[in-house]
Structure formats: C-alpha cells, structure tokens
Design a protein around this ligand. Structure first.
Ligand SMILES: NC(=O)C1=CN([C@@H]2O[C@H](COP(=O)(O)OP(=O)(O)OC[C@H]3O[C@@H](n4cnc5c(N)ncnc54)[C@H](OP(=O)(O)O)[C@@H]3O)[C@@H](O)[C@H]2O)C=CC1
Ligand SMILES: O=C(O)C1=N[C@H](C(=O)O)C[C@H](O)C1
Length: 266
C-alpha cells in the first residue's frame, strides 16, 4: 500500500509514519505539512533516525502523486483542503480528524460518491467494540438510569467534547430512539435546576499527556454502571488506520467508518 501521511510532524502523524515504516505491506510515499512548518524538506523519518527518501512537503499535489492512500489526522480545514486534491489524484482517504462541522461532513459524503473514504473519530479496535457495548447497555438500561459521558485528553487537544465522546452519545441516543441534538447537555454552570430526565450529559477534562479516556456512566437508584475505555498509547489509532487502508483496497467509493472496517455494523 503506497501511503501518504498528512500532519506528518504531529502527534498522530509521527505515530503513523512509524507504523507505516514497520508494516511489511505499507510504503511511505508522501509526508504533508502546512507551509509554516519548520521541518519542510527534512526526511519524514528523521525523528526516528531513519532515512525514508520522502521529504516533508507543503505541496499537496506532490505529496499525493503516487499515493493510493492518504491518512489524515490534522484539523478540519486541513482535511478539507487535502480532500479536494485527493479527489483529483484518486487517493483513498483515511480521516481521523475530529471537530468537523455538519457542512464539512456533508462535503465528505458528497466526495465519497466517487472516492473511498474511512472517516472515524476513533480508529482503535477497543473503542469501536465499546460502541457496541454501549448500544447493548443503553437498550437494557433505558429506564431509571441517567447517562453521563466523561472524557479526558491531553492539554493540547483543541476540540471538545472529543469526537469519540460525541459518537458515544450518538450511539446511545440512537439505541434509545432519540437524536443526540435533542437530548445532549454539553455544559452546566450556576443554578441549573434538577437534571432533565432523558438527557445525556457531557463532561470534559483537559490536562497533561492523557492520551484519551472515555467513561459512560449509567447512574440509577442504588447502583451505577460505568463502561470505560482508556488509551495509554496512540499505537492503536495508527494500527486501526492501517486496517482501514487494507479495507479500502477493496472499495471504490463510499463513506465508511471503523464499524465497517471491523465488521461490527449490525
Ligand atoms: N480518529 C482517531 O482515532 C484519532 C483522532 N485524532 C484527531 O486527529 C487530529 C490530530 O491530532 P494530533 O495528532 O494529536 O494533533 P497535532 O496537533 O499533534 O497534529 C496535527 C498536525 O496537523 C497539522 N495541521 C494543523 N492545521 C493544519 C492545516 N490547516 N492544514 C494542514 N495541516 C495542519 C499540524 O501542524 P502544526 O503543528 O504546524 O500546526 C500538525 O502537524 C485531531 O483532530 C484529533 O482529535 C487523534 C487521535 C486519534
Ligand atoms: O485529540 C486526541 O488526542 C484524540 N482525539 C480523538 C477524539 O476526539 O475522540 C480520539 C482520541 O480520543 C484521541
């Protein structure tokens, strides 16, 4: 698999480069950064002490020439700019970027009519299995339990709640026959009044180097159930992205997610 990485000097970009270089069925062919990056022109493997022959570039077309796949963990505006070029080069996209607006997601759907894309807020197998556990729990605890989603991430994260927490909310709302927009409570402060029955609350923690923790609390009378996933390394996201690329080898179009990649869709 000939793979280009966007955000090549970022936390996920570096993890992905390392994963591609260690994977026998993958080859690094492009490393993309934006034009203010201090490391443009440097070998993409330099941070590992490796020579890959692939220089970090801000030229999207150059980075994508010869790339069958583009793995993109950047920012929404970066992802949308990369998508526009990938549509021309035909590079299939694996998108992990979170915080996209509804309009940007609609643009992904449109592009996916002719381009195969995996777009998922969390590429780890564990989180995607957790989504299934939440679906079961929400269906079985559909009365008498208040649902709160608590997420914690490192101090550098720019979007909140996390994409994963929002997807957890969507999975639970869907299992309860609701729309997340109608039941979500994203913040509480001051005299809030009593908890609104049927709402799904979100709480966000930011600090230090926390890779990514998510807990869903089902709080009833006299008991609480907690379903938690904790990431201690970004490797699971990188390995999940490579699984997504292998899945896309067999797709010519469509907007897929990790439930499709892992065969978890009901
Ligand atoms: N789906 C999943 O499994 C996961 C998703 N994520 C998501 O991936 C994204 C990146 O996370 P992370 O690696 O921690 O972030 P980083 O900030 O470490 O990396 C982002 C990279 O993208 C670059 N970048 C920023 N803005 C643009 C732009 N407009 N165009 C092109 N490149 C840009 C940054 O460059 P510079 O530093 O110079 O600005 C940086 O190299 C986030 O949205 C995060 O939520 C993260 C982990 C797992
Ligand atoms: O920014 C991160 O770090 C992460 N972002 C994703 C999200 O917003 O859910 C996935 C993971 O939690 C790490």
């Amino acid at each position: 698999m000939k793979i280009a990485i966007a955000g090549a000097t970022g936390r996920m970009g570096r993890m992905l480069i390392e994963a591609v270089l260690s994977s026998p069925d993958a080859e690094l062919v492009g490393a993309l950064e934006h034009d203010t990056c201090q490391l443009l022109g440097e070998d993409a493997g330099a941070f590992l002490g490796k020579k890959t022959g692939v220089a970090i570039t801000a030229d999207i077309t150059k980075a994508l020439s010869g790339a069958e796949f583009l793995i993109d963990f950047t920012r929404p505006e970066g992802t949308m700019a990369h998508l526009a070029v990938a549509q021309k080069t035909g590079s299939k996209m694996i998108i992990g970027t979170t915080g996209l607006s509804p309009e940007q997601i609609a643009a992904l759907k449109k592009a996916a009519e002719n381009l195969a894309i995996v777009f998922a807020p969390n590429m780890s197998v564990g989180v995607n299995v957790t989504f299934k556990l939440l679906e079961i729990a929400a269906k079985m605890l559909n009365e008498g339990y208040d649902i709160e989603i608590i997420e914690a991430h490192h101090r550098h994260k720019v979007d909140a709640p996390s994409g994963t927490a929002l997807r957890m909310g969507e999975v639970i709302a869907d299992a309860l026959g609701e729309k997340l927009d109608d039941v979500a409570v994203y913040a509480r402060e001051g005299h809030t009044g009593e908890r609104k029955p049927g709402s799904i609350g979100f709480a966000t923690i930011r600090g230090g180097d926390i890779v990514g923790d998510h807990t869903v609390l089902f709080a009833g009378e006299g008991e609480r159930i907690e379903i938690s996933h904790k990431s201690s390394s970004r490797q699971s996201y990188a390995q999940g992205s490579l699984r997504a690329a292998r899945f896309l080898k067999h797709q010519s179009s469509g907007l897929h997610d990790m439930q499709d990649v892992l065969g978890l869709r009901k």
